[in-house]
Design a protein around this ligand. Structure first.
Ligand SMILES: [Fe+2]
Length: 313
């Protein structure tokens, strides 16, 4: 299996500034850390110092929120240069970002906005991902977004778009199981069909995260534990994506580090269980929810606020 020879790092969590001192003082036995690239690329102070220390002791992966591969703006090579330097400096195992656009005319909305899923957009994104990979001199890992609306110009399903993107740009994929779950409810598709249709050999990482169910739709809030239905979907996803690094995203209402670490370790229980734990929300429930809640309940642009460090950068 290819996966660009990226290793299975195990079960990791995001490195957030609220836990800097705890991580330095206690060296927790977490397998690896993911950072939000933008929280560190412009820092020369405490965050960068902490990151250097962490990178000496743990594998680190860089996860970005500003590449804006779907935008019509020119690529920001200043940003990409800083990204490349940081990746080299900390020995980042890989660099990822999202299938989305984040702004136009030089303005960053700090949101991960959906793109039309059609041939024109695909060509645009493929061209830009190829350019970025050539510049970074490494494969890029692209994450499926959570979304709340679709476009009248869509001609393909999101998993078809990702398949074509991965093949034509020769990039990796980051499968966010929570995003699949959220979007499956908001748009009314089968989350298992989505996951089973992805090119498994290109999936190098999985995200799990918490969300907020609003009755008629779900918002990808990253502000609590992973919901049981997402864990169940994760267990089923790992039948196809066995041996893929798993990362818990938790960006607001952060608990103490041991709680965060314990949450991601639940993944091991789901992987070793023959069937879902008795109290788990079933996939039938997910599917029923999908058909009942269509995309008419769209929210424009909602996305979890990734942890940021404006006070330090
Ligand atoms: Fe994610």
């Amino acid at each position: 299996m290819s996966r660009f020879n990226y290793p299975n790092l195990g079960f990791g969590v995001g490195l957030r500034h609220q836990h800097f001192n705890y991580v330095l003082d206690n060296r927790p036995r977490v397998d690896w850390f993911e950072i939000i690239s933008e929280n560190f690329i412009d820092s020369r102070g405490w965050p960068r110092h902490v990151l250097a220390r962490v990178a000496e002791q743990y594998p680190v992966v860089m996860h970005g929120v500003s590449m804006s591969v779907g935008s019509a703006d020119p690529l920001d090579f200043g940003y990409l240069t800083r990204l490349k330097h940081l990746a080299r400096e900390i020995g980042a195992r890989w660099v990822s970002d999202h299938l989305c656009w984040t702004g136009i005319l030089g303005r960053n909305t700090h949101d991960l906005l959906p793109i039309p899923l059609n041939e024109e957009a695909l060509k645009h994104v493929v061209r830009r991902v190829r350019t970025i990979q050539d510049f970074l001199e490494r494969p890029l890992v692209m994450e499926n977004p959570s979304s709340y609306l679709s476009f009248a110009s869509d001609t393909m399903r999101e998993w078809e778009f990702l398949n074509a993107l991965a093949e034509e740009a020769d990039c990796g994929l980051l499968l966010d199981v929570n995003n699949v779950y959220v979007s499956s409810v908001n748009h009314g598709f089968d989350p298992l069909e989505y996951i089973e249709s992805l090119p498994h050999e290109r999936v190098v990482q999985i995200h799990v995260a918490g969300h907020t169910h609003c009755g008629t739709h779900i918002v990808d809030t990253h502000d609590g534990p992973v919901m049981r239905g997402v864990w169940e979907l994760y267990r089923l996803a790992c039948r196809h994506h066995d041996g893929v690094s798993t990362l818990l995203e938790w960006d607001s209402s952060l608990p103490e580090f041991p709680v965060l670490h314990a949450e991601v370790l639940k993944a091991k229980d789901y992987l070793t269980a023959d069937s879902s734990p008795p109290e788990s929300e079933s996939l039938e429930h997910v599917a029923a929810g999908c058909s009942a809640r269509a995309s008419r309940h769209a929210l424009a642009g909602a996305h979890p606020p990734h942890s940021s460090l404006p006070e330090y950068v």
